[in-house]
Design a protein around this ligand. Sequence first.
Ligand SMILES: NC(=O)c1ccc[n+]([C@@H]2O[C@H](COP(=O)([O-])OP(=O)(O)OC[C@H]3O[C@@H](n4cnc5c(N)ncnc54)[C@H](OP(=O)(O)O)[C@@H]3O)[C@@H](O)[C@H]2O)c1
Length: 155
Amino acid sequence: MQQTFFQLMMLSVADLCHRLIPDMVDRGYGRVINVASVAARVPRSGGCNYGPTKAYLVALSEELHLTVASSGVNVSALCPGFTHTDFHETAGLMEMKNKMAKWLWYDADVVVKDAISGVQSGKPVVVSGRLYRWLDPIFQSVWTRRFLRIRARPE
Ligand SMILES: NC(=O)c1ccc[n+]([C@@H]2O[C@H](COP(=O)([O-])OP(=O)(O)OC[C@H]3O[C@@H](n4cnc5c(N)ncnc54)[C@H](OP(=O)(O)O)[C@@H]3O)[C@@H](O)[C@H]2O)c1
């Protein structure tokens, strides 16, 4: 079960990158957007493997960026926050979605615009949405990690 998930979330993306990018390098131009998530940027309790697989996509994209950016090929990991798509309905998460504050949610066209401008300007990690761009340095901070570790300790 986990292997199938890893295949979909990580291996298929790595495989496509490794199949397609060499020709882009030969051509001297290419744009690759790997759809990760804000979930890649901060560990969550109970998130299981979703965040870690997205963190792999961020690491993969950053590494590929360093490898091929000088050849005219831009690789970006796109990190959207909560976005209105079919995702939550398909995953049976509509009850959770309906309880959440509306301002946490972005429309998909905002995410697409951020992704295109981010990859065009050669950013290896593109966090989409003003709110999530503001939160990202907090998610990445050692203090956040320390706080989460302390909170997880037994009473
Ligand atoms: N929506 C959010 O809040 C959010 C936030 C952060 C990151 N993301 C990421 O954004 C990406 C796109 O998701 P979305 O929000 O656009 O959701 P979506 O509307 O449900 O789209 C998911 C897509 O993945 C395809 N898919 C699902 N299972 C597959 C499988 N086993 N093999 C091949 N294709 C499969 C679906 O194809 P079919 O339609 O043919 O089933 C669909 O095109 C995902 O990687 C998700 O993790 C979403």
